[in-house]
Design a protein around this ligand. Structure first.
Ligand code: ATM
Length: 222
């Protein structure tokens, strides 16, 4: 079989589209809000409450959850989390990131149409869990730079012990490892010191947490 010689100049790499929603000038762009934290920190509950509030305000809103297990890459991630596959930590994070790129077009269009997107886990999960497994945070940031960037990331901060106590059964392989969860939490603390983050004490009752979440939402979209 003959192999075609490589062209002297590589075809131009398609220019990456902007990471954020591509609203036309003068049109409102949607807002991307991400919830982060250890498992059992209340991300899903708080994301649903934000969704309900946004709908009550008469705006379009969509809830997203990552990993999204309904895509081909998501199905592979599920197998790995349940011990049917054994991937190295970097391969796992590349799959989590690819899983978000699978949704990029959809997310960008929704933001461009003014929709508010609420994510249960997003970019920062790869940094937190990746850093906890000695991956380079900067690398994890760079490979995600063409994804829509969040306007607000809310860390629901709980202790690893709380995460383990709140979920006694059915834990995946990360959720059993207290030392790893402590490193994940430390990474979240470092990330939450940056602009665009809100760190909340997730050990409190869920209604107290919601009060803070919803007032941050009102400041952002009110
Ligand atoms: P959920 O439990 O939120 O479905 O996530 C599964 C695991 O995937 C979770 N482990 N625990 N606890 C966190 C991990 N994860 C990453 O390591 N990187 C990511 O980008 C995402 C979205 C999740």
């Amino acid at each position: 079989m003959s192999v075609e010689p490589r062209p002297a100049t590589q075809p131009a790499t398609p220019k990456p589209r902007l990471g954020n929603g591509e609203a036309k000038a003068g049109e409102p762009r949607g807002v991307l809000i991400a919830f982060e934290g250890l498992d059992q920190s209340g991300k899903q509950t708080q994301a649903e409450r934000v969704h309900d509030r946004v709908i009550a305000l008469g705006r379009e809103c969509r809830l997203l959850s990552f990993p999204d297990y309904h895509t081909p890459i998501g199905a592979e991630i599920a197998k790995a989390l349940h011990g049917e596959r054994d991937y190295a930590a970097d391969v796992m994070q590349l799959m989590y990131v690819a899983n978000r790129y699978e949704k990029r077009g959809e997310m960008t269009s929704a933001l461009g149409a003014g929709t508010i997107l609420v994510c249960d886990r997003y970019l920062a999960s790869s940094i937190a869990y990746g850093e906890a497994q000695e991956l380079d945070a900067e690398w994890l940031r760079v490979i995600q730079k063409y994804l829509p960037q969040p306007d607000l990331t809310i860390l629901l901060d709980i202790a690893p012990e709380t995460a383990v106590q709140r979920k006694a059964t059915n834990r995946d392989r990360y959720e059993r490892d207290l030392a790893l969860l402590s490193r994940v939490r430390e990474s979240y603390h470092r990330q939450a010191a940056q602009d665009g983050w809100l760190r909340l004490d997730g050990e409190r009752p869920r209604d107290a947490v919601s009060a803070d979440v919803l007032s941050a939402l009102d400041r952002r979209i009110g």
